[in-house]
Design a protein around this ligand. Structure first.
Ligand code: ATP
Length: 327
């Protein structure tokens, strides 16, 4: 410790509820330890374009409970190119920023790793921030719990109307190419089936399952579909089954961006605060190119190399469980 005097913090990629709590955790921890803090607005785009703003302890007052990110977020094509990263490096150096905390998803952490492989003297530490929960090396990502609760609340409401009209509902949820939100919300809402990218060939199973449900005269069926599922999403699946189940009134609901918003859940606030704190401590312990994560209720440090290379797996047995529990 001792070398770092000024740290930068940014949010990058998709926004997620709880990112503000992480920014607050990083800022206040760094200030407590006598470091200066610079907020880098608009992610890597802001790093390339000098969108730097000094953060004091009071700059992060009253943000813990707010969704979104006060630093704004962005996706930056320029940062994917060596010239863009060179410009970012020169800007960090000119601003006297010695170390950076990146809060974002796997793309943002990949960018951090690429940068650190090129420029050794500015260490980066990552914090997993994405509603998708698809980052290897951490049980939870910031925003996932809030998004999940938003989905559960919406699906419960849809269930009320589905049951009243004998409807077969296909509900599409976010998650990019991962099925964590779909799987957990399916369990929490008693979905009749879920469709996720990690499992292939589910459409024929779904038809068999719906056939059985129809014979048992189920009054409603809720099918949760992950946006990245191979079937092409909720509208595509609904189209492919509706002729076979003409007695059901088939409906589709795409939950969309409500899943990203809202005040962060208690769990996300706690996780984000702890990870913000841990990220600064990691930098002060001379760590670099690591993500701080949450594993078995402990804070862990995982090298970017592993985070990027390895894929976090869903437990496919839980899909069978969803079907068993909905008989
Ligand atoms: P989410 O999971 O919520 O979408 P994310 O962090 O995965 O978030 P991405 O759009 O994949 O979002 O990545 C964010 C940014 O990280 C990109 O716009 C780009 O600037 C940077 N980035 C991603 N991959 C690389 C790479 N291979 N090299 C350099 N920079 C990268």
């Amino acid at each position: 410790m001792g070398k770092i005097k000024k740290i930068g913090v940014l949010t990058s990629g998709g926004d997620a509820p709880g990112m503000n709590a992480a920014i607050r955790g990083v800022t206040r921890t760094a200030i407590y330890y006598g470091l200066e803090v610079v907020g880098i607005r608009h992610g890597y785009h802001g790093m390339i374009n000098n969108h730097f703003v000094d953060l004091k302890a009071h700059s992060v007052s009253d943000i813990l409970a707010r969704g979104g990110t006060i630093l704004k977020t962005a996706r930056s094509k320029e940062f994917m190119e060596p010239e863009g990263r060179k410009q970012a490096y020169e800007n960090l150096k000119a601003a006297g920023i010695d170390a950076v905390v990146v809060i974002g998803g796997d793309g943002s952490l990949t960018g951090a790793r690429v940068f650190c492989d090129e420029y050794y003297d500015i260490p980066f530490v990552g914090i997993p921030g994405t509603i998708d929960n698809d980052i290897y090396g951490t049980d939870y990502t910031i925003g996932y719990d809030t998004a999940l609760n938003t989905v559960v609340e919406a699906v419960d409401k849809i269930r009320d109307t589905a049951g009243s009209h004998n409807r077969l509902f296909f509900i599409e949820v976010m998650g990019r190419d991962a099925g964590f939100i779909a799987l957990s919300s399916g369990i929490a809402c008693g979905a009749e089936a879920i469709m996720i990218p990690e499992v292939h060939g589910q459409v024929s199973n779904l038809k068999n399952y719906l056939e059985k449900g129809f014979k048992r005269k189920k009054s409603s069926n809720i099918i949760i579909v992950a946006e990245g599922d191979e079937s092409g999403g909720a509208f595509a699946i609904a189209e492919s089954v509706k002729d076979d189940f003409s007695d059901y009134d088939v409906r589709v609901s795409v939950l969309g961006h409500i899943q990203r918003g809202g005040t962060p859940s208690a769990r996300d606030r706690v996780t984000a605060s702890k990870l913000g704190f841990a990220a600064v401590e990691a930098l002060m312990d001379d760590q670099k190119s690591v993500m701080v994560g949450y594993h078995n209720n402990e804070i862990d440090q995982v090298p970017f190399r592993k985070v990027i290379k390895l894929k976090k797996a869903v437990n496919p047995e839980q899909i069978n469980m969803v079907e068993i529990l909905s008989i």
